[in-house]
Design a protein around this ligand. Structure first.
Ligand code: SAH
Length: 253
């Protein structure tokens, strides 16, 4: 006899809804949400669904009405408060679409607060599909039990970004050229620099000399190395976020 799943079953679908939720609220779903629940998950009346709103937390709901292309959920109650997110921004020059989507997904899992696409001299791909990028973030948050989503900024030019850089935020600049100088230990930089932070990663071709100088001229910028090997931009982003999380984030390590 199959075991009765504990309520709610671990496999209850988990969805991000772009409205503020509360206990007892009724939520009507249509479009891609409804398609997923009706056609992919073959959801039945009464079945539990977890919802997150990126505003107040996570809720348990159940299906009260099934239509052909829509359905209604009743929110039973809050299961978790919205999580605290470490104060880290990722500033990453766009790279090839699939790899950039991958960065958005992994950065969401790792727990950044904001992602900013940065246009640099060697940025090839400036046609950012914000909706697609955001969809990758949402999917990662839904799958990985997150109750918060990173903010996704619009594409900003590097010089504009640096001109208006907040005075109280460190900018850890991932510079693949600093290693040879024997400086740029990320670990030491993290020990010395507490507080709001951001990580800056260049495109496939790296930053130009002029850009490198411009970034270094910013008082809040701290050039850091990710080791003696050149990494692809997507690897560099994940490695740098992980290092920061372990040193200054909430990995308790
Ligand atoms: N300049 C190289 C590689 C660019 S790698 C080229 O011409 O192809 C893309 C980005 O990843 C860099 O701009 C940098 O931000 C980051 N990166 C890669 N390896 C790194 C390392 N070992 N240390 C610090 N940053 C690194």
């Amino acid at each position: 006899m199959p075991a009765t799943p504990a309520y709610p079953p671990h496999s209850a679908p988990r969805l991000y809804i772009d409205v503020e939720l509360s206990d007892g609220a009724e939520v009507r779903l249509d479009g891609s949400h409804a398609h997923y629940l009706l056609k992919v998950m073959r959801i039945k009346e009464g079945q539990p669904i977890k919802l997150l709103d990126d505003r107040t937390g996570e809720y348990l709901a159940h299906v009260t009405m099934l239509g052909k292309r829509d359905l209604i959920l009743l929110v039973d109650g809050k299961t978790r408060e919205r999580e605290d997110v470490p104060d880290l921004w990722l500033l990453a020059a766009p790279i090839k679409k699939d790899r950039y989507n991958w960065i958005a997904e992994k950065a969401t899992e790792l727990g950044i607060a904001k992602m900013t696409p940065v246009q640099t001299q060697r940025t090839q791909n400036t046609a950012i599909r914000a909706d697609k990028l955001r969809a990758h973030m949402i999917e990662a948050a839904e799958q990985c039990e997150r109750t918060a989503l990173p903010i996704l900024d619009e594409l900003v030019k590097l010089d504009v970004l640096l001109e208006s850089w907040p005075s109280d935020r460190h900018l850890f600049f991932a510079d693949e050229r600093i290693h040879e100088s024997g400086e740029g230990s990320f670990r030491k930089a993290l020990v010395a620099h507490d507080g709001p932070a951001a990580i800056l990663i260049g495109p496939e071709g790296g930053f130009s000399d002029a850009e490198n100088a411009m970034i270094r001229a910013l008082p809040q910028s701290i050039p850091v190395s990710l080791g003696p090997r050149i990494l692809r931009a997507d690897t560099a982003a994940v490695a740098a976020i992980s290092l920061w999380m372990a040193g200054r984030g909430d990995w308790n390590g």
